[in-house]
Design a protein around this ligand. Structure first.
Ligand SMILES: NC(=O)C1=CN([C@@H]2O[C@H](COP(=O)(O)OP(=O)(O)OC[C@H]3O[C@@H](n4cnc5c(N)ncnc54)[C@H](O)[C@@H]3O)[C@@H](O)[C@H]2O)[C@@H](O)CC1
Ligand SMILES: [K+]
Length: 534
């Protein structure tokens, strides 16, 4: 698991070590330099003679870059530091100069007219782009807001370089430079992943002490490249702000059935999905639940769609009965669609019934409480508040609608700019666990947040959400009682489902397009690979 702590928590953990004169910056910068050497070698560039540009800001982040530059210069690299602030880390600067590094100070003549400064910046930008490696040490965890002043000008200049292919978001790749962000890509929100101005996308981010939330969260997560966490000896005893599950975590927690298990201990998934107009969602959701190892899948819908489901997956039953998790809503019309089409095949009524049972509001034969996945049209069927064992699975547009229906003035662009913030708001307002789908999927439950980046971009395709709902339904059914008993567990299971779904998409067709049903069919082999690696 990757755990990420806020800037404040990291600073608090640094304090006792700094007080004890532990050389944290030396540790950090030496490991940074070592990583750069590894990257250069991997790129078949010898360290001796390699051109290294350091983008240096006012604080200790620039100090890290300067010290790392000094290490590289001592090993024969041609290092140039570009100072973007009137004050740079004195020790780092002295070390670099001692090691033979070159310094270009953009603030050397503060009285120069802006046009001259801009011309100098442009010239420097060309030089930087011609380097083998660029270290971004403009700002780290001391940053406030988007980049401004000269750091912003330099990054904007690099981003606007000619020769960058249209649509390529990594301006220096075309020039052959490898960008290493020091601690964070400068300009990204350390704690929230917000990107409100220019950022130089990194090929690698070397972060110190612990990951920071912004490195895992969208949209900043897309600018981080490969993430390397360097242990500098910090002790972080508080709960992390954001977590990311890795394959080993999911493998360890997977409920592998034993000899005494039967379909009811494995878990029965009740699915209310699809209508005669949208039967595909019913097929995808039930197939995914079956393929993810549900003890049994019970489809609830019209006779016509039920026949199609059983035709495709004879394992599915259509009779009512015991259920250990509900999946409500894929392919079920919501709000305006219902008014237009009139007919929903009675799915909304069945969905309400499933959710009432899942909330424990029916009792008796209906059973419950049990976990529920609430997707698409199911989101319209929620009561004012829900228990944490309900996992809502909106995309950004659906989350916006959900929030607006509860009086929050928010637009889709806001949700996309700060997914964690708005997913958390939806969790606070509804009480449910919220899984906000995207290239990086954010999950928020009571006291916990996960950010999962497991799937390829190809996974953004119709029906992929139905498959996720089915996989998650099966995983919740397998741990039904535990999920109801421990409020934060639904979020962990949901994050694990996102991981399985994303990895199954890679497995379905590595490096190429995937159809939703192919993802469902790749789930068993992915689960086998996971549990066999545990
Ligand atoms: N405390 C320590 O001993 C350690 C600190 N480390 C490094 O130090 C960094 C934190 O250093 P600092 O606290 O000095 O802060 P930073 O180096 O992150 O930068 C803060 C400075 O940047 C300027 N600045 C802030 N926001 C800006 C913006 N939006 N645009 C342009 N300039 C802006 C301000 O002048 C401020 O002084 C960490 O990210 C890490 O790289 C590491 O060396 C590990 C040990
Ligand atoms: K940085």
């Amino acid at each position: 698991m990757i755990r990420a702590w806020s800037a404040a928590d990291v600073r608090a953990a640094e304090e006792p070590l700094l007080a004890a004169r532990v050389p944290l910056m030396e540790r950090a910068s030496f490991t940074l330099a070592t990583q750069v050497v590894r990257d250069l070698r991997a790129r078949r560039t010898s360290v001796r003679g390699a051109r290294v540009a350091l983008l240096v800001g006012a604080g200790n982040n620039g100090g890290d870059a300067l010290h790392a530059g000094a290490v590289l210069a001592r090993r024969g690299a041609a290092v140039t530091a570009v100072l973007t602030s009137g004050r740079s880390h004195a020790g780092g600067l002295a070390a670099l100069v001692r090691a033979g590094g070159r310094v270009v100070d953009l603030c050397a003549s503060p009285q120069q007219p802006a046009s001259v400064v801009q011309a100098v910046v442009q010239a420097v930008v060309q030089d930087v782009a011609a380097s083998d490696v660029v270290l971004d040490g403009l700002v780290g965890i001391g940053a406030r807001g988007p980049l401004r002043d000269l750091p912003a000008d330099v990054v904007s200049g690099l981003s606007a370089l000619s020769g960058t292919p249209e649509g390529d978001d990594r301006p220096l790749r075309a020039q052959g430079a490898w960008v290493v962000a020091v601690d964070i890509p400068s300009g990204t929100g350390v704690d929230d992943g917000f990107v409100g101005g220019p950022v130089l996308p990194a090929d690698r981010t070397v972060t110190f002490g612990a990951a920071k939330p912004g490195l895992l969260l969208p949209p900043a997560a897309g600018l981080v490249g490969e993430l390397t966490v360097v242990d500098i000896g910090l002790r972080l005893d508080v709960e992390p702000a954001v977590r990311r599950l890795e394959a080993a975590d999911v493998a360890r927690a997977w409920p592998v059935p034993g000899g005494a298990d039967h379909k009811y201990t494995r878990g029965v998934v009740g699915v209310v999905a699809g209508t005669t107009t949208y039967p595909g969602a019913a097929l995808l959701t039930t197939t995914a639940a079956v393929r993810a190892g549900a003890g049994m899948v019970r489809y609830r819908g019209s006779d016509d769609v039920g026949r199609a489901v059983v035709g495709a997956r004879p394992e599915v039953v259509t009779a009512p009965g015991r259920v250990q998790s509900w999946v409500v809503g894929p392919g079920v019309p919501g709000g305006p669609d219902v008014d237009e089409n009139g007919n929903d095949d009675g799915q909304r009524e069945r969905g309400r019934g499933g959710l009432a049972a899942a909330a424990g509001r029916l009792g008796g034969l209906a059973g419950g409480p049990v976990p529920a996945v609430v997707d698409a049209g199911g989101l319209d069927l929620l009561e004012e508040t829900s228990p944490p064992w309900f996992v809502l699975t909106p995309h950004a547009g659906e989350l916006t609608t959900l929030l607006r229906s509860r009086g929050v003035d928010v637009r889709r662009a806001d949700v996309e700019a700060e997914p964690l913030r708005w997913a958390r708001r939806a969790h606070e307002l509804t009480g449910a666990t919220v899984l906000l789908k995207g290239g990086v999927t954010v999950v928020v439950g009571p006291g916990v947040a996960y950010a999962q980046a497991d799937g390829p971009g190809w996974l953004a395709t119709a029906g992929a959400g139905d498959v996720l709902a089915g996989v998650l339904g099966a995983m919740l059914a397998a741990r039904s009682d535990d999920v109801v008993a421990s409020p934060a567990l639904a979020a962990e299971v949901a994050a694990a489902a996102v991981l399985v779904h994303g990895r199954a998409a890679h497995r379905a067709n590595p490096g190429g397009p995937v159809a939703a049903l192919d993802v469902a069919h790749a789930v068993p082999a992915e689960v086998a690979a996971l549990v066999n690696s545990a």
